[in-house]
Design a protein around this ligand. Structure first.
Ligand SMILES: *Cc1c(COP(=O)(O)O)cnc(C)c1O
Length: 366
């Protein structure tokens, strides 16, 4: 999809805020820990290339979810290590070799399949994924982990790391977290020949369980300045949200009482009202459940009224505003602000999803 540049809707990304968030988190974790910036899904909507280029010197490497995301970074000149967190099927392994990517190996079946297909694993750098309780990808027991490692080594691959992922690090109840942690600790401690890099910490683990960091962290959401728990746990220190979403009034009109607004005529003005229209809609990731939510116009909250269309949103204005007046959908204005977490709460989802859903149609400005 092309970005729509000739429209006042844009996401403004503060790269310096991302750098400061990294510094803040790094100050609170053990010194020797390697820091990887998780820039999957276009850096959670912030623009993977711009973010990676900006922070490359401040981190030890990057994590992405698939080979294409990694190739995008390599083509943009990113030289540091890139770990692909998802499973790459053996027939795509040649790309990892070509672009110097680190792959996640998550089962003995994968290694067997690679062998059967004659996949060249020689020289490949990989990390073994342990499923300590997430139930998604990864090896679930000691013997399989040992077998994967020895098979990989036999094929000439370099097993650089071993890692796991927590399902509940962002929750107040740490029972399950502790179970996963001891499973992983136990497995790692019994390995014949442990890989040099051991990692388990996403954002939530890095900030709320800093004492459990092995020797690397995978920082995602905290880079972008948001609370991984939504509001369930307080951030131990302040972070700066890095993305601001803006649009502008492209139509302002006064309508009489009883006027229908939007598809399905779900809203009728109870009295004469000023209605403003913004060029953003669900095709931009401003989903239909934003109806009745709010935006900010010159420091004042204004309600979204009527259905959210594919390309437009209508809001109730307290008074007449000139065309082109800026409207804030995410970010602050005057004394007020709207966060991705506020939006997530309205939608019944998480702030991660709010950011990731911002589509390519919205230009990112830095
Ligand atoms: C996405 C992801 C992360 C980063 O998660 P955040 O909560 O954004 O820090 C870390 N590890 C794995 C395996 C992931 O998939």
């Amino acid at each position: 999809m092309v970005s729509s540049l000739h429209r006042p809707t844009k996401a403004i990304v503060n790269l310096e805020a991302i750098s400061r968030n990294i510094q803040t988190v790094v100050r609170h974790i053990p010194n020797q820990a390697k820091v990887w910036a998780v820039v999957k899904a276009n850096a959670y909507g912030h623009g993977a290339v711009a973010v990676a280029q900006h922070v490359e010197r401040a981190v030890d490497g990057f994590c992405v979810s698939n080979v294409d995301e990694a190739i995008e970074l390599r083509r943009a000149g990113i030289l540091k290590s890139i770990l692909v967190l998802g499973v790459v099927l053996p027939d795509e392994v040649y790309l990892a070799q070509e672009y110097g990517l680190t792959l996640t190996v998550s089962s003995l079946k994968w290694v067997t399949l690679a062998k059967r297909l004659g996949t060249q694993l020689k020289g490949l750098t990989c990390h073994i994924k342990i499923d300590s309780g997430m139930g998604r990808i990864g090896v679930r027991d000691q013997l399989e982990a040992e077998a994967v490692m020895s098979e990989l080594k036999e094929q000439g691959a370099f097993v650089e790391g071993i890692f796991t992922h927590f399902a509940t690090a962002d929750e107040a109840d740490d029972q399950f977290f502790k179970e996963q942690l001891s499973f992983f600790q136990d497995l790692v401690s019994r390995l014949q020949d442990c890989p040099p890099i051991i990692h388990a910490s996403n954002s939530a683990t890095s900030i709320w369980h800093a004492e459990t960091i092995f020797n690397a962290v995978r920082l995602g959401l905290v880079l972008y300045g948001l609370n991984p728990s939504g509001g369930a746990l307080d951030l131990p220190y302040a972070l700066e949200p890095a993305l601001r979403l803006e649009s502008a009034l492209v139509q302002v009109k006064k309508v009489p009482a009883g006027t229908a607004v939007g598809y399905g005529e779900t809203y009728h003005t109870p009295k004469s009202e000023w209605i403003g229209t913004l060029p953003i809609g669900y095709a931009d990731g401003w989903t239909r459940d934003m109806q009745d939510f709010k935006v900010l116009v010159e420091g004042e909250f204004c309600q979204i009224i009527g259905r959210v269309s594919m390309d437009q949103v209508t809001i109730r204005l307290p008074k007449k505003y000139p065309l082109g007046t800026r409207v804030i959908l995410l970010g602050d204005s005057g004394e007020q602000s709207i966060s991705a977490t506020d939006v997530a709460n309205k939608r019944g989802t998480i702030n991660y999803e709010v950011l990731c859903l911002l589509s390519d149609r919205v230009p990112r400005e830095y």
